[in-house]
Design a protein around this ligand. Structure first.
Ligand code: URA
Length: 442
């Protein structure tokens, strides 16, 4: 069917056939359909939606726009974890090593941070020498040697997503559940996985701000991933305050190393345990979530997770001595602090503003070409629910440019709320969606 007819069908709210979807993507990638026609289709999808079958077809069309990794020669179950992004969200560096130490293969292809959310690649690159730009052959070799690999998106895997994401970004069509699903799942399924565990964040620091929207995204991703033949689980977790204490690249890696040594903050450990346990179940390494959680704890307790991370760093060209000597990480020149203005209980440390504050310090990216400072960031010394005395430190600010600190301090004060009444810490694990979840309409 001609491109204008396909656009018209979607504009009028009709379903597109699998052939229409595949041919639209294929012709776009060959340069036969221009950006303006795909933009029109994206806008029609934004308003009219895609049903579950159309979303699965779009996911597959985007996945087949490049190579699909074949990891079938390796005996392990291949399971990845994907988070929709948040502030201080660093679970990949805990979940990956523990899952690989537990016998899964974890092929993680991650993104860079943009805006107030951090990206796994930026964190990894704060490890001296760590190379995230492996070719797919090198990635396969690392996966074979370690059982896990951590690299950035390449032009070979789901290239249609990169082009379409750029188009969505400038046509105000990013916030569409079927387009988000197809974007994330096309890249993940191209990694050659058998299963996927999704951490859909909800709250001020997340892409989806309400529980209802986050649930809808999680449900749809589970349904589409399942329709594409993968075992998929999703959990919805809180992102109203940063996860863990550190926000900033080297600071977050150090927090993950501490976590692998069994000394991580409770919330970070709880989310990491839950994600890893689901990965064990999805990968068939365990049948019960209860036992899978115990397995996470015992791998951590035995030091095998830390050992796996050391092996991963070594195989990707990094210096594994960072695990014992944190002075090998870039360190910020200045330390300041924000203190509690009055006595009470910490009632909010609003995640999005905290993420923006760390971006002002240079820990995040305002634009795609912004340069990251690996050393700077924030460390929360109190979390929501903690009692505070007047003048007590709530958050440390690590900077290399003192002129930015006043603004950052102001932002943290804006993000912080103190209540005279006791406050309960937010519930971390808000929903769990699995193979039995219902496919909803557009
Ligand atoms: N992350 C992605 O990879 N794609 C989207 O569309 C949104 C978030």
């Amino acid at each position: 069917m001609e491109a204008p007819l396909i656009i018209r069908r979607k504009r009028d709210g009709l379903a597109l056939s699998r052939d229409d979807i595949f041919s639209f993507v294929e012709r776009y990638m060959r340069g036969e359909i221009p950006d303006y026609q795909f933009s029109a289709l994206l806008m029609a999808i934004y308003f009219r939606g895609l049903d579950a079958r159309e979303t699965a077809d779009l996911t597959e069309a985007m996945m087949h726009s490049g190579q699909v990794l074949d990891l079938s020669g390796f005996p392990q179950a291949k399971v990845d974890k994907h988070s929709t992004g948040g502030v201080g969200d660093k679970t990949s560096l805990i979940v990956g090593p523990v899952a690989a130490a537990g016998g899964l293969m974890v092929p993680m292809i991650s993104g860079r941070g943009l805006g107030h959310t951090g990206g796994t690649l930026d964190k990894l690159e704060s490890i001296p020498g760590f190379n995230t730009r492996l070719t797919l052959d090198e990635f396969r070799r690392v996966l074979g040697a370690v059982g896990m690999g951590l690299i950035g998106q390449t032009d070979d895997l789901a290239p249609a997503d990169r082009r379409l994401y750029a188009l969505r970004d400038v046509t105000a069509t990013v916030e569409s559940i079927p387009l988000i699903c197809a974007s994330i799942l096309s890249k993940k399924i191209a990694e050659g996985i058998d299963g996927l565990v999704l951490d859909v964040k909800t709250g001020s620091g997340a892409f989806m701000k309400t529980l209802e929207d986050s649930r809808a995204l999680a449900e749809r991703m589970v349904a589409i991933g399942t329709a594409c033949g993968k075992r998929v689980k999703a959990i919805v977790t809180d992102m109203s305050q940063p996860l863990g204490c550190a926000v900033g690249n080297a600071l977050e890696v150090i927090e993950c190393i501490e976590a692998l040594k069994g000394r991580g903050p409770h919330d970070l450990m709880d989310v990491s345990r839950e994600l890893t346990a689901h990965m064990f179940v999805v990968g068939g390494a365990e049948t019960s979530l209860e036992v899978a959680r115990t397995r996470f704890d015992s791998i951590l307790g035995s030091g095998l997770g830390l050992e796996k991370f050391a092996q991963s760093i070594r195989e990707q060209g990094g210096n594994p001595r960072v695990l014992d000597d944190y002075s090998l990480f870039a360190a910020a020149q200045f330390e300041d602090a924000v203190v509690a203005p009055e006595e009470g209980y910490l009632a909010a440390l609003e995640a999005e503003t905290m993420g923006r504050a760390s971006m002002v310090l240079g820990a995040g990216r305002e634009r795609l070409d912004s340069v990251i400072d690996p050393a700077v960031g924030l460390v929360l010394e109190k979390k929501v629910g903690d009692p505070v005395a007047a003048g007590e430190r709530v958050c440390a600010i690590y900077s290399n440019d003192r002129s930015r600190v006043a603004r950052v301090r102001e932002m943290i004060r804006e993000a912080m709320r103190i209540s005279p009444e006791p406050v309960t810490a937010p519930t971390l694990l808000l929903a769990e969606l699995g193979e039995s979840s219902v496919v909803r309409g557009p």
